[in-house]
Design a protein around this ligand. Structure first.
Ligand code: ZN
Length: 222
């Protein structure tokens, strides 16, 4: 796979990457919003009707590589999502990992508001079970202050600003970690869906969710 430069969109894209906007491989039917430098798609094997991934157009892998303008756009999207989910009596968290992923992507998942209080503890308990050194970082610390360009990491940010971070040093890090936490019986209670590949949605259901999300983002002021 050779990086090439798409002059029209002025973005670096990687041929054959499933996430580079502009590549043929991308699943356009899952895209729900296209911003200036970032787009949003329904997650494949989504756990909730609002399980979306936030993805920069450009082929980047780590938060630390993102240009300031992309970070700003992502932050605006997060603020919008937090606000809209609260009106639906849902709370959310955003997680990502720079490990065995070809292209930077942030997952946004929601839980009913009354279950929100459980999330952080379940993240910490699951981390312990998996020997992952997941630690709280101060709310006003930006992750870019604690990682180096080559760091492999897992990072989760909650809608109240709390953040958990783990350096990934072990090649056995469970790639479904964030998803497994949300599948926990005390959160979404869908342990059978911990691996996204095990979730195959009927196409018409998927289409309906995409349509609803497109409507939701059509009204967004991002
Ligand atoms: Zn890419």
């Amino acid at each position: 796979m050779n990086p090439s430069h798409d002059k029209k969109n002025n973005q670096t894209l990687q041929l054959n990457c499933w996430f580079c906007l502009g590549n043929k491989e991308i699943e356009k039917n899952l895209i729900v919003y296209v911003g200036k430098e970032v787009y949003i798609a329904l997650a494949k094997g989504n756990l909730t009707p609002y399980h979306v991934i936030i993805i920069p157009f450009a082929h980047l892998t780590s938060l630390i590589q993102l240009p300031e303008s992309v970070l700003e756009e992502i932050n605006k999207i997060k603020v919008y999502l937090i606000k809209i989910f609260k009106t639906l009596n849902l709370r959310c968290a955003f997680y990502e990992r720079n490990f065995k992923t070809p292209h930077f992507q942030i997952h946004c998942l929601q839980v009913p508001s009354k279950k929100y209080i459980e999330i952080k503890d379940i993240f910490l308990t699951k981390a312990k079970e998996n020997n992952i050194n997941l630690n709280q970082i101060p709310p006003y610390t930006h992750i870019c202050q604690i990682i180096s360009p080559k760091s492999k990491y897992f990072y989760v940010e909650f809608d109240d600003g709390e953040k958990l971070f783990a350096n990934i040093e072990d090649n056995d890090f469970p790639i479904n970690f964030g998803r497994e936490v949300f599948c926990h019986r005390d959160l979404l209670n869908q342990p059978e869906k911990a691996d996204w590949k095990s979730v195959i949605l009927p196409k018409d259901e998927e289409r309906e969710m995409v349509r609803d999300l497109r409507e939701m983002f059509a009204q967004a002021e991002i």
